[in-house]
Design a protein. Sequence first.
Length: 274
Amino acid sequence: MTLNVGGPLLLVGAGKMGGALLTGWLERGLNPEDVFIQDPAPSGEVAELVKDKNIHLNADVDALPGPPAVMVLAVKPQAMDAVLPPLKPLMTKGTVILSIAAGQTLAGMERHLGPDAAIVRSMPNTPAAIGRGITVACANAHVSEAQKEHCDALLRAAGSVAWTQDEAVLDPVTAVSGSGPAYVFLLAECLEQAGIEAGLDPELARRLACETLSGAGELLRRADLPAAELRKNVTSPGGTTAVALEILMGEDGLQQLMTRAVKAATKRSRELSS
């Protein structure tokens, strides 16, 4: 099905995440003529798309054929205070704001855009760059069902989407899935280094760690089983996996470390959102 949001789409911020979304939108049939980008320094990938698809880049907002149906905010959180006020005059009752900026609350954006602004706050993660992200989104009371559907379609260009009515959960979401890829990369680092210390060639250790994590992740995604069950299925009593897991699952093991890490990240997310 061709992606259509019912009018012009204004993408504010075209770095890696904004560019990943744009690529997904175009692949799903969004008309390039409907896309307007505002970014003084777009990523190289976006610059190529702009050239190849004749997308409007940094055009005067008066050049828009009509009020934006969707304005996607893909800027750094610290830039939001400067970015939001100039957008307010562009909004009409039919415009919805879709923010992927971490730590920017609905109330904070409403202060800039007005109490009646239709706003969706979302938290994607970096695998969105390859269409395998997971995004959790929360809409304020002014977002219509049609606008929510448009935002859902735009976010699905980057992977899976889940919706919540409780904005507060976006802090632990940030801690689990937003920061989560870094935890996985750290696990790959540690597994690689452990392999080297066990006697493996560094290149082989790196390959084994990378392929093992990516393969196990894909198996987990496809299997109709919880992670705990998959773990048990590959653990023979008294075998090599079992003795390793005794260490990883022991006192002050991986579960305790991960719980502390997620609690710390959740706390920091709340601090940044306040």
